[in-house]
Design a protein around this ligand. Structure first.
Ligand SMILES: NC(=O)c1ccc[n+]([C@@H]2O[C@H](COP(=O)([O-])OP(=O)(O)OC[C@H]3O[C@@H](n4cnc5c(N)ncnc54)[C@H](OP(=O)(O)O)[C@@H]3O)[C@@H](O)[C@H]2O)c1
Length: 369
């Protein structure tokens, strides 16, 4: 079985993927930066333990390596790099900064572009001819477009074409991969994810990104100000493109199994979820009355509404979007195996997430009428 090398390995998506690879008997090399008080090994094992609710597991096929993404050749010796990249491997570059704000611009660009270049350099220098480089990108590298986002490369654009620096950095990074393919004949593929949520099968959620970050903020306010009405600057008919983590893992497994992989794949859901559904579900579960309003000026907001509006600075960029992603390549090579998101699975995930948060009096008590 071929060896799979993964950076950013302790992250949400990568650790779910690694758990599956190990269960199927693959040899996995996990690149993880050590923390201030944790070794890279501890970080990786803690991430895996979170996914299994701390059930003890042995990972005999897992090798964890410390590395420095931002240093040339990852700050490792040639012998260490040959050990990691030697032979024919599938290499998945997951590491990224998911920040988006202006003041983090440098961190976002350094991590998402310079880090990727270091990764490409190390891969190209040390790996075998049949190895493949998979770059994990995002469908939101589409920027502020109203056209269908196709499974092809797009040129770099100014920040005004994007919602935030994260989107722009991922577009730039894709074009670094493109350059290496065109100039050096690199065997590479770009996999663009949409918003990754919990498990479709079980409703289990182990991320607080995107809609769960929003749910967490609403829950905190609902506990502090029970039964309050909060108007939100949200278009109820706009949509979120959500993909369950178990579906993402099954797509990634397909990449490993397939010999011929398309150059770029938009791993986006075929059906999007309306904001209205998410808001209705939160209204049902929490002692709060959320009212989506299309245009709510800052000056008309109550103090609570202003708090929510500031906290939604990221989610807020995506509350009026109805983006369309071409998924022709995705559909040519894989099926969703019954794991495609639907309203019921979104509801199950929101329920799991709210229930698992350690906040008292969180569930709405109906009057019984
Ligand atoms: N989650 C989504 O909805 C989503 C959607 C579209 C695309 N994606 C893409 O999928 C990939 C994984 O996302 P995720 O949600 O799993 O993110 P995540 O949980 O935040 O994981 C990010 C990983 O990158 C590592 N990393 C960040 N900065 C680093 C640095 N300077 N040096 C070394 N490692 C660094 C993190 O390590 P530390 O733990 O040490 O910080 C972590 O392992 C990313 O490329 C992301 O852009 C995710």
């Amino acid at each position: 079985m071929k060896r799979i090398v993964i950076n950013g390995a302790n992250g949400y998506v990568a650790s779910n993927f690694i758990k599956r690879l190990l269960a199927l008997g693959y040899q996995v090399v996990a690149l993880v930066r050590a923390g201030d008080s944790e070794t890279s090994e501890q970080k990786m094992h803690n991430s895996l333990a979170r996914l299994t609710n701390n059930a003890p597991e042995k990972y005999e096929n897992l090798q964890v390596c410390d590395y420095s993404l931002l240093d040339p050749q990852f700050g490792l010796s040639p012998a260490e790099l040959s050990d990691i990249f030697g032979g024919d491997i599938d290499y998945f570059h997951f590491a990224a900064s998911l920040k988006y704000d202006e003041k983090s611009r440098e961190e976002i660009f350094t991590t998402n572009i310079d880090g990727l270049k270091n990764s490409l350099d190390a891969f190209q220098k040390y790996t075998g001819d049949d190895s493949r480089f998979f770059f994990i990108s995002t469908v939101y590298s589409c920027g502020k477009t109203s056209a269908v986002f196709e499974e092809r490369f797009y040129d770099n654009e100014d920040i005004s074409a994007f919602r935030n620096y994260y989107e722009q950095s991922k577009r730039f990074a894709e074009n670094e991969v493109r350059k290496r393919i065109e100039n050096d004949g690199l065997k590479a593929h770009v996999l663009r994810l949409s918003q990754v949520v919990g498990e479709h099968r079980t409703g289990v959620v182990k991320t607080d990104y995107g809609i769960f970050d929003f749910a967490k903020r609403i829950q905190n306010l609902a506990v502090r100000y029970p039964n309050c009405t909060i108007r939100l600057n949200v278009n109820p008919n706009a949509t979120q493109n959500l993909i369950p983590i178990d579906l993402v893992v099954s797509y990634l497994m397909r990449m490993v199994e397939m010999e011929e992989v398309p150059l770029i794949i938009n791993l986006a859901a075929e059906r999007s979820t309306t904001n209205e559904h998410i808001i209705n579900k939160l209204n049902e579960m929490l002692p709060v009355n959320l009212k989506p309003i299309r245009k709510l000026e800052q000056s008309e907001m109550s103090a609570i509404e202003r708090v929510i509006s500031v906290g939604m600075s990221f989610t807020g960029a995506y509350i009026d979007t109805n983006l369309s992603f071409d998924t022709t390549c995705k559909q040519q090579v894989m099926t969703s195996n019954g794991l495609e998101i639907n309203e019921q699975s979104v509801s199950d995930m929101l329920e799991y997430f709210i229930e698992s948060m350690d906040v008292p009096n969180k569930v709405k008590h109906h009057s019984g009428a």
